[in-house]
Design a binder for this molecule. Sequence first.
Ligand code: C2E
Ligand code: CA
Ligand code: CA
Ligand code: CA
Length: 284
Amino acid sequence: AKSAGGNRFEFADPESDARAITRHGLTTALPTALDRGEFFIEYQPLVHLEDGRVHGAEALVRWLHPQHGVLGPDRFIPLAEHTGLIVPLGRWVLEESVQQARAWQEKHDRTGPLRINVNLSPCQLTHPGLVSDTVEILAEAGLEPDALCLEVTESALIGADDALLKPLRRLAEMGVDIALDDFGTGYSNLANLRRLPVRTLKLDRSFTQSMQRFPADPVDLKIVEGIVSLAHSLDLAVTVEGVETGAQAEQLRILGCDTAQGWYYARPGPPDRLHELALMDATG
Ligand code: C2E
Ligand code: CA
Ligand code: CA
Ligand code: CA
């Protein structure tokens, strides 16, 4: 922080100094962390709102740091994006979670396969290896492309040109689902949705939070209702995240949302936990 310049206030704030030191330490430790296998993935189920069946899971990466313990992605993904490590890290997450999804399929023979959702950072979108890596990872694991959903944030696609959309289109043509993550937080033009190779809208948690009050704000209800009906008229599915209570789940179900994710169903957890949950609803 001190190098930021003499007339900044930052250096007088010990807390921000400590944060900057940690940030620096984490940044330098990132590349070796990948080699040392310090990253791991937790899986959070996505369920069908209509009947509560498990639809799949989102892969969420964590770092088991030797000194700081478990760090959430908000602590290191921005650093990894800044240094470019996000490309190999993101590829590792994809490979690991695709293999995991295949393992779930083999372990329990259900009619519909469990799907796996993986977050893509904007840097991965512009990386030339995205399509070929994904094809290779799916083929190696023996997972059908339609069991994979790649989540891209709305902000990453705002103003996206054709060059940026091309790899996503290729993946979508193969059957990979593309979801627009954190939908409603950017100011994307709804008409713009038609241009994007997206099949799922993932409504941001802020919408779910507004359903916490009862009765919910009528304007919030109208907004969600409008988004859902627009999405469905464009053949898009709607997922909601951050569902923490049964009342929220019920409200969102009534509003017509398709799938949901949140602590009300399960916190992110180890892969076996998801297997147990899916098995539970397969056996009733
Ligand atoms: P996201 O994609 O929006 O993921 C949802 C976040 O909400 C996760 O935080 C999840 O643990 C949290 N969450 C789930 N249910 C609830 C709930 O009911 N209430 C509340 N308050 N929170 C809930 P997490 O795991 O800390 O991940 C944060 C963000 O880090 C993710 O936001 C995603 O943008 C990013 N991220 C995670 N894994 C990866 C990855 O492998 N690659 C990339 N590029 N980004 C990742
Ligand atoms: Ca996500
Ligand atoms: Ca999200
Ligand atoms: Ca988010």
